[in-house]
Write a protein that binds this ligand. Structure first.
Ligand SMILES: *[C@@H]1O[C@H](CO)[C@@H](O)[C@H](O)[C@H]1NC(C)=O
Ligand SMILES: *[C@@H]1O[C@H](CO)[C@@H](O)[C@H](O)[C@H]1NC(C)=O
Ligand SMILES: *[C@@H]1O[C@H](CO)[C@@H](O)[C@H](O)[C@H]1NC(C)=O
Ligand SMILES: *[C@@H]1O[C@H](CO)[C@@H](O)[C@H](O)[C@H]1NC(C)=O
Ligand SMILES: *[C@@H]1O[C@H](CO)[C@@H](O)[C@H](O)[C@H]1NC(C)=O
Ligand SMILES: *[C@@H]1O[C@H](CO)[C@@H](O)[C@H](O)[C@H]1NC(C)=O
Ligand SMILES: *[C@@H]1O[C@H](CO)[C@@H](O)[C@H](O)[C@H]1NC(C)=O
Ligand SMILES: CC(=O)N[C@H]1CO[C@H](CO)[C@@H](O)[C@@H]1O
Length: 601
């Protein structure tokens, strides 16, 4: 037990068998209350098993960050000189003293090397302990919390403590105060079973697309693979199956990509890809349930469009197991963590990585503990240093956050601190400065889709690469919404792409889907095509995109100048007039842009 010496000196001395028992502890992390919607029920069963993740301090992270900013800066001589797995791990590793101190603490609780799992860089330790042991180690009390909307239950606490000598060695321990469960960003589904034949027919003439080339009229109502190639001007560009370029999709939360649906989709939208396949990678027990009824809309959408657009590029699907929510009646270990950490551990332990990865999941930033969000963001930075382009959806609730199913509620637009202050809700991971965040547009001429998530982080300060674009936008905003957002925060999204009326195949039927879930694999696919061209030309891939995007890449993008993203009872942010050559000012929200990569050379 981690007792306060002052409170119980004799008892503490008597029970202290190990070095750390009975020495002064102090609170490591606490929250005032669980995020909105979570209500405390009874105590957690003492024999319930928890998989605790312990993040150790990374003293060399600033050096890693410096490397990242150099190798992904198009004006730097090291542009494209990405780090190897070993080099990256060296910069992620904790100090040897940290390993010693933490090992000693663990063994004082009877936890030795054979009971734990370490990440490849040794920066995370995972242990499996009962609630009783965790409560003793962390001087806390776990309870069962139930969510009022979903009925999901979870075992959590609002505060935990550590011996003071450990504080500087341990960054965070979860699950303790973390209530987040990332959700797929899909806003609406149209369940219409019949898709009218003329909506697919190119015979109805063409209109002029954003790049000045002809686009089928039908694309204004139904988005197919052909439409996206036309809109973003890549018709006739052939990717290579053999140059080593790869695209990957992340899948979580028991979302399964159905292979029969995929083949049916290929028959419908890219006949060349019919019969092709992808590599399935299971992380932390992620399953691949091919029962038609188990197909996931998100997983089907992501794989169908990303693989359909980039075929014959080698394709991968990561299925990361997140254990199901805690069920009070069941006595076996359940409900681990949000799954990004497992996914990161897997990727960072690989020698070779896909150059482009699309992830259409996320949660409201304030439901992810600050320390945890920071640490995950550092992991994304490490992937960037290795040359991976990470694309994340910006959310489907406009300025109100994730809101995967209901866009009208305003009651969630408050801070979860005691001030209960009205505010816009940023999303995570989209708001991490080391990922590229993708918002949504619709129609031709493209306008911002109203659901498109966008705003400013409350956790991450504005990165230097955004200074020029964002300060210009803020000036134009002239104080509107003051107090509802953090003007010094990382602004997102970085880019946007078509996000409505995507025609997918789901459980054998043609369906329309909407959301930044559509935009993310789309943008990722065009990044992958650019990487394909670069790799074929013997050049390194684009890696972490944002410095290049804000410095040079924007010139290939189409400004979106109409539309807004309402939420929280407001009209949200306006997309405004774009690049202004007369005054050299950006009048654009960095978001509402669309990629028009043209024919990569
Ligand atoms: C595309 O559809 C939108 C919404 O229905 C409409 O406002 C717009 O005029 C259409 N674009 C063209 C080029 O027909
Ligand atoms: C791309 O492939 C198609 C089909 O094999 C072929 O007709 C076309 O010429 C190729 N385009 C280029 C630019 O090589
Ligand atoms: C395609 O790949 C998936 C995942 O690896 C596998 O389950 C499936 O059997 C493959 N299908 C074919 C037709 O090879
Ligand atoms: C696969 O999904 C189906 C339908 O949801 C379910 O009945 C079945 O139990 C699942 N199989 C496995 C092995 O999880
Ligand atoms: C809001 O909740 C998150 C996650 O539980 C926590 O990390 C954060 O500190 C909370 N914010 C406040 C101001 O309590
Ligand atoms: C959306 O939220 C509002 C306000 O909470 C509620 O009245 C409405 O029924 C919800 N709609 C759906 C489809 O859940
Ligand atoms: C957005 O544009 C509308 C219409 O032009 C205007 O009324 C509104 O003030 C603008 N809002 C902001 C926040 O700039
Ligand atoms: C406006 C127009 O030309 N509509 C035609 C689109 O194509 C379908 C099928 O090819 C015709 O039935 C429509 O008349």
């Amino acid at each position: 037990m981690c007792l306060l010496l002052l409170a119980l000196p004799f008892a503490a001395a008597l029970v202290s068998a190990g070095h750390y028992k009975g020495i002064p502890c102090s609170v490591k992390e606490s929250i005032q209350r669980p995020p909105r919607g979570w209500n405390r029920q009874g105590s957690a069963p003492l024999d319930h098993l928890l998989e605790l993740r312990i993040a150790l301090t990374q003293p060399h992270f600033p050096v890693l960050e410096k490397h990242l900013l150099e190798v992904s800066n198009p004006n730097h001589e090291r542009y494209g000189a990405y780090l190897s797995k070993e080099e990256t791990e060296e910069l992620m590793a904790p100090h040897p003293e940290t390993l010693d101190v933490v090992n000693e603490w663990l063994s004082s609780h009877g936890i030795n090397n054979e009971h734990l799992y370490r990440s490849s860089a040794q920066d995370w330790v995972t242990i499996r302990v009962s609630v009783a042991v965790a409560e003793e180690m962390l001087d806390t009390k776990y309870h069962i919390y139930t969510h009022s909307d979903t009925g999901e239950s979870t075992v959590r606490t609002t505060s935990y403590s550590l011996p003071e000598s450990l504080h500087k060695h341990v960054e965070l321990i979860q699950p303790t105060t973390m209530f987040t469960r990332p959700r797929p960003f899909r806003s609406t589904l149209h369940w219409s079973k019949t898709v009218s034949s003329d909506s697919m027919s190119p015979s109805n003439g063409t209109i002029t697309g954003p790049a000045g080339n002809p686009v089928d009229v039908s694309c204004n109502a139904t988005i197919t693979i052909d439409c996206l190639k036309q809109i973003y001007n890549s018709v006739g560009y052939n990717t290579s199956a053999t140059n080593g370029n790869q695209i990957a999709i992340s899948s979580y939360l028991e979302e399964y990509a159905n292979n029969q649906d995929l083949q049916q989709f290929f028959q419908l939208e890219n006949l060349m890809a019919y019969g092709s396949n992808y590599t399935f990678v299971s992380i932390n027990g992620g399953l691949n349930n091919q029962t038609s009824a188990a197909a996931g809309v998100e997983a089907n959408l992501d794989t169908q469009f990303a693989y359909g657009l980039t075929y014959p590029t080698q394709a991968t699907l990561y299925s990361t197991g997140g254990l199901p929510p805690y069920i009070p009646e069941a006595q076996f270990p359940m409900n681990g963590n949000e799954p990004y950490v497992d996914w990161l551990h897997h990727l960072l332990s690989q020698k070779h990585l896909p150059q482009t990865i699309s992830t259409s999941y996320g949660d409201d930033e304030q439901t992810v503990p600050h320390s945890y969000a920071k640490r995950l963001c550092s992991g994304f930075a490490a992937l960037g240093a290795r040359g991976v382009s990470l694309l994340f959806g910006s959310g489907d609730g406009g300025v109100a956050g994730v809101m995967s199913s209901n866009n009208s509620a305003t009651e969630q637009c408050f801070s979860n601190d005691s001030s209960n202050k009205a505010m816009f809700i940023p999303t995570f991971p989209a708001a991490c400065p080391y990922v590229t965040s993708v918002g949504g547009t619709h129609h031709i001429h493209e306008t911002a889709a109203s659901f498109s998530g966008g705003g400013f982080s409350n956790y991450f300060p504005r990165p230097a690469y955004q200074n020029k674009a964002v300060t210009t936008y803020l000036k134009r905003l002239a104080g509107t919404y003051e107090g509802l957002y953090n003007p010094n925060g990382r602004a997102f999204p970085d880019v946007a792409a078509q996000a409505a009326n995507f025609l997918i195949v789901y459980q054998g039927q043609q369906q329309y889907v909407f959301g930044t879930s559509c935009a993310t694999p789309t943008f990722a696919s065009f990044v992958s095509m650019l990487n394909d061209a670069r790799i074929s030309a013997g050049r390194p891939p684009l890696g972490f995109l944002n410095q290049w995007l804000y410095e040079k890449g924007y010139a290939a993008l189409n400004d979106i100048t109409a539309g807004n993203n309402p939420g929280c009872g407001t009209k949200g942010f306006n997309a405004t007039i774009g690049w202004d050559p007369g005054t050299s000012n950006y009048y654009l929200r960095p978001s509402w842009r669309v990629v028009v990569p043209g024919h990569p050379r």
